[in-house]
Design a protein around this ligand. Structure first.
Ligand code: FES
Length: 163
């Protein structure tokens, strides 16, 4: 299969039943994307596919030929971090750090969804200059669990970037 990940095209051979998460971690050594539950409950494996958030443990890699896949490695790198990565650092938006890549990727995707006006009632709110409330940020990030419960700082970090 051929996959485009963080702007690089990879050609690889793998069992067609391999999840995107296992391709990233076990075949391409892109281990920033984490495996927590491996069945769609924790969000640690969140990546962006054509800009939308998905749980990479729940989808087969072969289904994503031709898609643009973005992992945490594609957002920034040491010395040139994404604003969301900087904000998680400055707001202590993590404790053990295991869920952090998924939280950050999800937060970036979530703000993009808001900017694009999805769902439509947010379009109206944003058009009227409203910001997301803490409860709305929490709701929109509810697919990403943090076992250390760093949620207040995660919300602060996201709000600082632009929610
Ligand atoms: Fe995919 Fe938990 S590892 S949702």
């Amino acid at each position: 299969m051929k996959l485009t990940i963080n702007g690089t095209e990879y050609s690889l051979e793998a069992d067609i039943r391999t999840s995107l998460l296992d391709i990233l971690r076990d075949h391409l050594a892109l281990t920033g994307t984490k495996k927590g539950c491996d069945h769609g409950q924790c969000g640690a494996c969140t990546v962006l596919v054509n800009g939308r958030r998905i749980n990479s443990c729940l989808t087969l890699a072969v289904m994503h030929e031709g898609d643009e896949i973005t992992t945490i490695e594609g957002l920034g790198k040491p010395g040139d971090l994404h604003p969301m990565q900087e904000s998680f650092l400055s707001h202590d938006g993590f404790q053990c750090g295991y869920c952090t890549p998924g939280q950050i990727v999800s937060a970036v995707g979530m703000l993009d969804e808001v900017e694009k006006g999805w769902p439509s009632h947010v379009t109206q709110d944003v058009a009227n200059g409203a910001s997301l409330s803490d409860a709305e940020i929490s709701e929109r990030m509810s697919g990403n669990l943090c076992r250390c419960s760093a949620y207040p700082n995660i919300v602060d970090a996201i709000r600082a970037v632009g929610a």
